[in-house]
Write a protein that binds this ligand. Structure first.
Ligand code: WTA
Length: 638
């Protein structure tokens, strides 16, 4: 990095303020988190800050609070009632601006709608919506009455929606007639209708009119939101929730075919996020904060809804495709709303890099103060482009590492505490209260510069409560290295103690930052009638980071053909959604397996990437070298 002359690209120096706070947080975690928690509004304070019965942690036990109260009610009691809470922009160019008092009104009326539909505390509500204001409003309305929301990304298929609804035993589904994407209408209601033929638990569907396209409404089940709002009450008492009552369930991919329902609580989750966004983003009530993620992922939950709104900041919500109708749509939005903090993914940055900076320079982006990156490792070139062309060599970039399970940011620079030297590609240091390490296969700290597994050694407030309906699966996070939380990521710590995240060490892929397990993809492929066996590997992709390569063995009597390749791709889209589309499909007569029947992923990866096996190292390989080489040669020939 010596050739770069960034203002804060200097050698490591002692960060007095940061380390004073960090060290105290690790030495006296309970006193530390109690102090932080007092920044939120509680109906009743805690008896104990932490009850730790490994591997289950319960934060702020005995305490009561309400998430929607902390995101809206507490602001309408102050001058913030008249300040902007949300700037929304639809893809066709329509806009809506909500102040905290109009947001408060909407959350109350939506909560009343839910109650009038028979939803109560503990009931599960699925939200299958485009990126419109009604999505965060419904999330907050659920929180207000103690219902548990499960947001399903609107790019998921009917089958994926049904699987999530069934696992969570959802009582009510909220959807829209459609949403806009690249000038077309995504027919959400008809996808939902198909899902509901497989999901008997759903009693009612609320439909938001967004795209104004014809849809079918099933009498006695489907109701228009606007009709229900006519009869809604203007105020609903926020339910006093126990700190460890669930706030939401969010499904994510793991190493089996079945997505796991990550359950987040209320108190710990909110405290963690309130603090993390103050530390990492220097978030304040006057910030105009734009996180470009979809609300359907954890990034959207924490970074669009709960963290910025609990701070009383203004959020930007944009419905559509990033480069539609013109390539500078995003830069136009930043200029138009005076965005001060912009948080996005390396994939998006690489895509815009490809379009060229002339699109950026048409806009005045001088309102920006800070940039963030999340979801996948950011390469130096993308980091530098982001820094120079979007941040005008003025804005620090916070590369934030976290997961659906962690609930909030765990490793990131903390300009909200003290500016530390940045190194392009490193997420730098753990946040206060986060005891992270890189360990070798025995669980001991790995020496500097050596690759190992990223673990978290102590509980943290935002951590998941459990996996819905499957506590055993939750325990697995804590069993690979006994007593510590295993993240599933490879990482390296450098000599300055900075963390460099290298990507997943398990069978989970990150396609354009979207998390998807190979097992889930393989299940989708094998559900095709002509497929006997399938295996997935990822291939490096210059924009998306990784792309999907599918290897299939067909059933007797089926013949490989280009038509069948397309059919398989379509089939996977239908089972999961567009994110599951393979970039390449290979037919083979034999999949590479060890004697014990385990697929040799290293072989698949080497073939997919057209590299030698020596270039593809996984620490988990159990096959002998000869076995691997033989299988590799066989597969290359096929
Ligand atoms: C990856 C997204 C490198 C990592 C918030 C992790 C990252 C997975 C970063 C979780 C980062 C997330 N640098 N890799 N800054 N942030 N990841 O659950 O592999 O969708 O385990 O949560 O994304 O993905 P998830």
């Amino acid at each position: 990095m010596a050739e770069l002359s960034l203002p804060f690209e200097s050698r490591y120096f002692p960060l007095k303020k940061f380390f004073d706070i960090y060290n105290r947080s690790i030495q006296e975690p309970e006193a530390f988190w109690a102090e932080q928690a007092r920044q939120l509004d509680w109906f009743k304070t805690w008896d104990k800050v932490l009850e730790w019965e490994p591997p289950f942690a319960r934060w702020f036990t005995g305490a009561q609070l309400n998430a929607s109260y902390n995101c809206v009610d507490r602001h309408v009691k102050t001058w913030r009632r008249s300040k902007v809470a949300m700037y929304w922009e639809g893809e066709p160019g329509d806009t809506r601006v909500l102040s905290y008092s109009t947001l408060y009104g909407a959350v109350n009326r939506f909560a009343s709608v839910l109650k009038n539909c028979g939803v109560g505390k503990g009931d599960r509500v699925a939200l299958y919506l485009p990126m419109i204001p009604e999505l965060p409003i419904f999330m907050l309305a659920c929180g207000r009455i103690g219902a548990v929301h499960t947001v399903v990304f609107s790019g998921f298929s009917a089958q994926a929606l049904a699987d999530r609804i069934n696992d969570a035993q959802v009582k009510l589904l909220v959807t829209a007639d459609g949403g806009f994407r690249r000038g077309k209408v995504v027919p959400l209601k008809s996808i939902a209708d198909e899902a509901l033929t497989m999901s008997p638990s759903v009693e009612r569907t609320i439909v938001v009119k967004r795209a104004d396209v014809p849809i079918s409404m099933k009498p006695s089940r489907d109701l228009w939101l606007h009709d229900l709002l006519d009869k809604a009450a203007p105020f609903v008492q926020p339910e006093p929730m126990a700190s460890n009552d669930p706030l939401y369930i969010l499904y994510t991919s793991g190493t089996t075919g079945k997505p796991k329902g990550v359950v987040h609580g209320t108190g710990g989750y909110l405290v963690h996020n309130y603090c993390a966004y103050k530390w990492a983003f220097d978030l304040k009530e006057e910030s105009v904060y734009w996180c470009s993620a979809d609300v359907g992922w954890v990034t959207g939950h924490s970074s669009i809804v709960y963290a910025p709104l609990s701070h009383g900041a203004a959020i930007v919500l944009y419905e559509g495709a990033p480069d539609y109708p013109t390539i500078d749509r995003w830069w136009d939005i930043i200029e138009k709303y005076g965005v001060t903090i912009f948080y996005t993914s390396p994939t998006a940055i690489r895509m815009f890099m490809g379009y060229g900076e002339e699109w950026v320079h048409r806009h005045d982006l001088s309102s920006l103060e800070l940039l963030g990156s999340v979801g996948e490792p950011i390469n130096t070139q993308a980091w530098l482009w982001f820094y120079r062309h979007i941040g005008g060599e003025r804005c620090p970039i916070v590369d934030t590492w976290w997961q659906t399970e962690t609930g909030g940011i765990m490793i990131s620079p903390t300009p909200g505490i003290e500016r530390l030297p940045l190194k392009p590609g490193s997420a730098t240091l753990p946040l206060p209260g986060v005891d992270a390490d890189v360990v070798d296969e025995t669980g001991k700290s790995a020496p500097p510069e050596e690759r190992g597994w990223l673990v978290i050694k102590k509980p943290w407030p935002g951590m998941l409560l459990s996996i819905h309906g499957d506590p055993e699966r939750y325990r697995q996070y804590w069993s690979r290295f006994p007593g510590v939380y295993y993240t599933g990521d490879y990482a390296v710590k450098d000599r300055d103690g900075y963390f460099w995240i290298l990507g997943r060490a398990d069978e989970v892929l990150k396609i354009a930052g979207h998390r998807i397990g190979t097992a889930e993809l393989e299940d989708a492929a094998t559900s095709h009638p002509q497929v006997a066996e399938a295996a997935v590997a990822s291939k490096g992709d210059p924009v998306k980071g990784e792309s999907i390569v599918l290897f299939v063995r067909l059933k007797e009597g089926s013949t490989p053909s280009p038509g069948l390749k397309n059919e398989l791709s379509e089939h996977m889209r239908g089972k999961i959604g567009p994110i599951a589309t393979p970039d390449e499909v290979y037919f083979t007569t034999k999949l590479p397996k060890t004697r014990s029947g385990k697929i040799m992923r290293r072989v698949l990866k080497a073939v997919a990437n057209n590299t030698s096996i020596g270039d593809v190292t996984t620490l988990e390989d159990e096959a002998s070298v000869e076995e691997v080489v033989k299988a590799y040669q066989e597969l290359k020939k096929a």
